[in-house]
Design a protein around this ligand. Structure first.
Ligand SMILES: *[C@@H]1O[C@H](CO)[C@@H](O)[C@H](O)[C@H]1NC(C)=O
Ligand SMILES: *[C@@H]1O[C@H](CO)[C@@H](O)[C@H](O)[C@H]1NC(C)=O
Ligand SMILES: *[C@@H]1O[C@H](CO)[C@@H](O)[C@H](O)[C@H]1NC(C)=O
Ligand SMILES: *[C@@H]1O[C@H](CO)[C@@H](O)[C@H](O)[C@H]1NC(C)=O
Ligand SMILES: *[C@@H]1O[C@H](CO)[C@@H](O)[C@H](O)[C@H]1NC(C)=O
Ligand SMILES: *[C@@H]1O[C@H](CO)[C@@H](O)[C@H](O)[C@H]1NC(C)=O
Ligand SMILES: *[C@@H]1O[C@H](CO)[C@@H](O)[C@H](O)[C@H]1NC(C)=O
Ligand SMILES: *[C@@H]1O[C@H](CO)[C@@H](O)[C@H](O)[C@H]1NC(C)=O
Ligand SMILES: *[C@@H]1O[C@H](CO)[C@@H](O)[C@H](O)[C@H]1NC(C)=O
Ligand SMILES: *[C@@H]1O[C@H](CO)[C@@H](O)[C@H](O)[C@H]1NC(C)=O
Ligand SMILES: *[C@@H]1O[C@H](CO)[C@@H](O)[C@H](O)[C@H]1NC(C)=O
Length: 512
């Protein structure tokens, strides 16, 4: 019964082949259980079986070529036949053609090769591999003498963990890229289990220890491994003592027939392209039941439920902050060159009472007031976005961000600003442009640029030098504020800020 879908599938492809007039007598049938060194073939060879060439003894799992993004390119995958869920992928990111070969050579190495190079390999040459088995659990195993396991797909997970598969510290689960090309990752780290977004600087968006109520602490111990047992996800220390447990079938559902079947079911924990982990009963298929439980629970809790900078609320309602609504896709220009003499930047207000997923997992850069936070971002080339918490004075800087969230009601949340480029110093502008130049003046007179130089900087004729480092609270930060109103006329004013409070004095630094 379970394999009906699979055989229907085979029959369909047989008919398809007959229509195409392919000669099936030369087609190879899939092997069952195991294969031996000296084995090779391409997708073409097993085209009559949808690219399947090895089945587990119970026919629940298959090793096959699988159509990737287009009809001409293929992944090598382990698939759960009945549900058509791919549970392991060999060649992510490097697809092969239908003539490219899977090889299990006499030296015990297993690899996929295209016309020019090896695309994927188990690197088991000369290690004494005697056979390759696809086990009933979905584990693809290279076995040596005395049934010793020399390599197994369970130790090289992609985006899916199966019942009985041990995930240990050091392994990484990586999602397929999202529509916006973002990867998400799951890892065991520092006695915690974390999910993070693969930005230039990775950003954590969920951690088990931080998520009150998801998992239950069972004992004191340091998390080393995780595996799905019956309908819970268990976390163990090195001695296999259960330290945390997460039940993904809800107690209230236990009286339903399907819930009882769930206990012995094959489960898959899948890190989806959108960044949440869902728990799927592979055997249930399309049978009725509740939607799968997810981590994080909150639908706005993943990095990009909406586009970057867009505020996610409730059931993934996406709203562009008014300050950014004039930008296409709500995306301001983010490429601001660090060294550009012509670009001048300012911090643009995005909104308040906001929240951002990574804020719960990073330490503030400094404690200051809003202006201090803005200045710190302006002077830091990689900084693009700041979050400031008025109640604590905490200032957070990011080089890149995902979607924003609404702060919980009752919390004052964070105020956010983004660094934008204004004008570019070129002459001949008709409109009024505000230009902000920041220079940090120490007590040493010689480090101050002369006024004539400042004007040149404004006119884009010379580079703005790196200001000397701001020494904590002691140095005074001067911000010169100029307004250009026409081609020629430059009116100037000075505002003076320091990192402790506003200084009353105004200083000009030398003759013009
Ligand atoms: C074969 O794979 C390599 C990467 O391993 C890739 O650079 C190359 O372009 C591929 N060759 C063909 C013919 O697809
Ligand atoms: C498949 O079944 C055969 C016969 O019972 C057994 O010898 C073999 O080890 C099994 N293979 C796997 C991969 O479980
Ligand atoms: C976790 O939840 C429990 C019960 O809901 C509550 O008593 C406790 O204060 C919460 N802990 C934290 C750190 O939020
Ligand atoms: C963990 O240790 C603390 C003190 O060391 C103890 O109070 C607590 O009961 C322990 N928790 C468990 C689950 O054993
Ligand atoms: C694990 O077991 C060893 C010996 O059985 C013991 O010495 C060690 O303290 C245990 N570690 C933990 C974290 O319980
Ligand atoms: C489940 O069934 C048992 C006995 O059949 C009953 O005592 C229990 O209240 C039921 N639980 C729920 C949540 O309906
Ligand atoms: C689950 O499997 C165990 C052991 O194989 C068996 O004893 C039990 O009856 C099964 N439970 C259900 C609900 O099928
Ligand atoms: C800035 O740096 C880039 C390369 O990093 C260089 O191509 C460009 O000319 C530089 N611009 C200025 C104004 O120095
Ligand atoms: C500069 O900003 C980045 C974020 O873009 C931050 O990670 C880094 O710590 C900041 N550096 C300093 C010196 O503040
Ligand atoms: C920020 O906090 C200060 C006092 O700490 C208060 O006067 C000010 O109104 C607050 N601003 C906002 C926007 O909440
Ligand atoms: C800068 O000025 C040049 C020449 O006037 C113009 O083509 C360019 O679009 C401007 N860039 C920005 C960011 O305003």
């Amino acid at each position: 019964m379970e394999t009906n879908g699979f055989f229907n599938c085979i029959i369909k492809s047989l008919c398809f082949c007959a229509l195409l007039g392919l000669d099936l007598s030369s087609a190879s049938t899939p092997y069952v259980g195991k294969i031996y060194p000296g084995f090779e073939g391409s997708q073409m060879k097993w085209v009559a079986y949808n690219g399947v060439f090895l089945l587990s003894n119970n026919s629940v799992f298959a090793l096959r070529f699988y159509n990737g993004l287009d009809v001409a390119s293929f992944f090598l995958v382990v698939i759960h036949v009945q549900s058509s869920k791919i549970v392991w992928t060999a060649n992510r990111g490097l697809l092969v053609r239908n003539t490219d070969k899977f090889v299990f050579d006499k030296n015990g190495n297993v690899y996929l090769e295209n016309a020019t190079s090896v695309v994927w390999s188990t690197d088991t040459k000369g290690k004494g591999v005697t056979s390759m088995e696809l086990r009933d659990t979905g584990n693809l195993v290279l076995v040596g003498d005395n049934r010793k396991i020399l390599w197994q797909s369970f130790s090289h997970p992609t985006d899916t963990l199966l019942s009985g598969q041990e995930f240990v510290e050091g392994m990484i689960l990586k999602s397929f890229p999202s529509q916006r090309n973002l990867n998400h990752y799951l890892e065991i780290k520092s006695n915690d289990v974390i999910l993070y977004a693969g930005y230039r600087t990775p950003q954590v968006y969920w951690s088990m220890a931080n998520d009150n109520g998801t998992a239950i602490k069972e004992a004191n111990g340091t998390i080393f491994s995780a595996s799905i047992v019956a309908n819970s996800w268990n976390f163990y220390d090195r001695n296999k003592t259960l330290v945390w447990q997460f039940r993904f079938s809800r107690i209230n559902d236990f009286n339903a027939t399907w819930a009882i079947n769930d206990v012995n079911a094959t489960w898959a924990a899948v890190l989806g392209t959108e960044g949440s982990v869902s728990f799927i009963n592979l055997e249930r298929g399309a049978m009725p039941g509740p939607p799968p439980l997810k981590i994080p629970k909150n639908s706005c809790g993943t990095p990009e439920p909406c586009n970057p900078f867009v505020v996610c609320s409730f059931d993934i309602r996406c709203q562009c902050p008014p300050a950014l609504s004039s930008h296409p896709n709500c995306m301001p220009q983010l490429d601001i060159p660090c060294n550009s003499s012509q670009s001048v930047v300012e911090m643009l207000y995005i909104g308040e009472k906001l929240h951002y997923f990574a804020l719960g997992f990073v330490a503030p850069i400094l404690k200051t007031h809003l202006n201090g936070c803005k200045e710190t971002c302006i002077r830091n080339c990689s900084c693009r976005v700041l979050f400031f918490e008025n109640t604590s004075g905490n200032c957070f800087l990011f080089d890149q961000i995902g979607s924003l969230q609404r702060a919980d009601s009752g919390s004052s949340g964070f105020t956010a600003y983004i660094k934008v480029q204004i004008g570019n110093g070129t002459k001949g502008k008709k409109h009024v442009a505000s230009i902000v130049i920041i220079s940090v003046l120490t007590d040493e007179m010689h480090m101050r640029p002369p006024m004539s130089k400042v004007v040149q900087m404004l006119e884009g004729l010379c580079a703005v030098p790196e200001p000397p480092a701001l020494v904590q609270m002691s140095s005074r930060l001067y911000s010169s504020f100029f307004k250009t109103s026409s081609e020629e006329g430059i009116s100037s004013g000075l505002t003076v800020i320091d990192s402790v409070g506003l200084l009353p004095d105004v200083e000009l630094s030398g003759p013009r």
